[in-house]
Design a protein. Structure first.
Length: 200
């Protein structure tokens, strides 16, 4: 947020800190997402729609690590963009639109076929370019390496960053290989471009 990047309103909690459910809800409202900050593949994430469910969601998240991020809910179109560095500079891959059958893009949606990933995303060119430029800006600002995948929620034509994946998956169910294919490249060509930069 301090870099001028649109993000959901959020709180960062440490297991050793004291906090009250009332203060969290007063600050962020409902619904909210409770996320462990040290976990991948959406392990430990809960969508909380009523205050009675918050304690359980926090317990689940803290099982994954000592720090938790709580974010206000954004209702929009979820897209994700892969970015990597080539010899010609940063390159943004085609966007993928994520349509989950579940409440959100959780582990089951990612790996058990409970989501539809549409590549390229069904957004207009202006939004696509805005997301790709923002993704490249984030990659550069965070000084990322190799391939990163950055998730956005588009609300009223504004792309809000919801997650930065520094080690995105490459399994048959993963999104980045779909982006690479849509970009007209093979996986071998993609890694060759990355290794060409990493070797220098």
């Amino acid at each position: 947020k301090s870099f001028g990047i649109p993000v959901a309103k959020s709180l960062f909690l440490h297991a050793e800190n004291q906090f009250s459910n009332e203060e969290i809800i007063c600050e962020l409202g409902l619904p909210i997402f409770v996320k462990p900050s040290d976990s991948g593949s959406s392990y430990g994430i809960s969508k909380v729609k009523e205050k009675e469910a918050l304690t359980k969601a926090l317990n689940i998240a803290f099982k994954e690590g000592k720090t938790v991020v709580i974010e206000s809910f954004l209702n929009g179109t979820e897209v994700t963009c892969g970015v990597y560095r080539t010899k010609n500079g940063l390159h943004a891959l085609p966007l993928t639109e994520i349509c989950s059958e579940n409440e959100f893009f959780d582990y089951e949606a990612k790996y058990n076929g409970k989501s539809q990933e549409i590549t390229p995303a069904r957004v207009d060119d202006a939004i696509k370019e805005k997301v790709q430029e923002l993704a490249k800006n984030i990659y550069s600002t965070m000084q990322l390496k190799s391939i990163a995948r950055i998730d956005f929620m588009i609300v009223n034509e504004i792309p809000y960053v919801i997650e930065v994946n520094t080690t995105p998956g490459f399994s048959p169910a993963s999104i980045v290989p779909q982006m690479i294919a849509c970009d007209g490249k093979t996986i071998t060509q993609f890694w060759s471009e990355i290794l060409e930069v990493e070797a220098n």
